[in-house]
Design a protein around this ligand. Structure first.
Ligand code: ZN
Ligand code: ZN
Length: 110
């Protein structure tokens, strides 16, 4: 006879179906994953921890971008990524030349 259970916040008012980003299936709001394809329906904001539907590109709470795109990273890094590419190229050239020197030295030894 324990009827003094804590009142559970019922989500009937905010029972908006969550749209699956993968198969566009409307899933019940209580589901974490799509009941059709198994894709995650929510993404947790890395900035404030708010749980957002994956269809949203920016956090509902803090407007922080939820999906990191490679293009944006390249844009932001700008010259930095170019330098990195240059560095990788330089390292490759050094490695190849060192290999060549060793190879040539080997031939001379023979
Ligand atoms: Zn799905
Ligand atoms: Zn946020």
């Amino acid at each position: 006879m324990s009827e003094d259970l804590p009142a559970k916040p019922r989500q009937s008012e905010s029972s908006k179906a969550t749209l699956c980003v993968k198969c566009e299936h409307l899933c019940p709001p209580e589901l974490e994953r799509c009941d059709r394809c198994g894709a995650h329906l929510f993404i947790v904001c890395a900035h404030c921890g708010h749980k957002n539907a994956r269809v949203i590109s920016r956090c509902e709470k803090c407007k922080h971008r939820l999906h990191k795109s490679v293009k944006d990273r390249v844009k932001r890094a700008g010259a930095g990524s170019l330098n990195l590419l240059y560095l990788a190229g330089a390292i490759l050239v050094v490695l190849v030349s060192v290999g060549l020197i060793i190879w040539l030295a080997d031939i001379r030894l023979w």
